[in-house]
Design a protein around this ligand. Sequence first.
Ligand SMILES: C[S@@+](CC[C@H](N)C(=O)[O-])C[C@H]1O[C@@H](n2cnc3c(N)ncnc32)[C@H](O)[C@@H]1O
Length: 231
Amino acid sequence: MKKILEHLRKMGVNSKHLKFLNPNWYQAAVGGMWDEIGKLQFEFLIKEGLKPEHFLLDVGCGSLRGGVHFIRYLDRGRYYGIDMEESLLDAGKGILKKNKLGHKKPTLVEMSNFNLSSLGQDFDYALAQSLFTHLPLNSIIKCVMHIDKVLVKGGRFYATFFESSEGKKHLDPVMHPHTNGTEFATYFDRDPYHYDFETFKWVCEGTGLRVERIGEWGHPKDQKMMFFEMM
Ligand SMILES: C[S@@+](CC[C@H](N)C(=O)[O-])C[C@H]1O[C@@H](n2cnc3c(N)ncnc32)[C@H](O)[C@@H]1O
């Protein structure tokens, strides 16, 4: 079933259609591993110092795989999630209702242009889990330029990425291990994208941000972690 759904998605069948084929379509649409990757991102940000009173921006929050944990933990009104797919945000709202978390009053906004200033809020923490892995470089730059406008001083934007550790001259696919024992490829110029970490240092030039590589953080599909910090 998983393979069929992946194939259909590659053929352009989107979340709106997937829901008629699979009741867990909103999990498949963000890559599955719902419990594991939901908890992983939550526990990671807690270790990185996220407190209930912080304002958190979840960029490309999808159907709230991580969001449901953050919303439960954060004080009322402190969670903001943006995503370009309205159907995923709607599925997330359903999950919040089921978990009786509506009183936490999260802000969920459909947006594809990363116009984050329009949210009218500055953030202590931001997260892009499995977003840059699907984005070409210019979209990443756009996202980071908007993040540069909405992080408080000392605020951090954590982002996962597939790494190419062989430098910018390496244009071939990079193979990555999956914890299920298989391997998969990422690409220089198509989804799923990989990047040389030096690229992100260049992206920060001329902004108020610096970037630091964290690297391995326990992701089952070899996504690495970094953060952009407002200086
Ligand atoms: C693999 S999913 C991850 C979702 C969520 N972060 C999680 O961990 O479950 C990537 C998400 O990024 C969203 N996305 C991709 N490009 C985007 C853009 N330009 N603006 C907003 N969201 C975007 C997709 O709609 C999708 O929900």
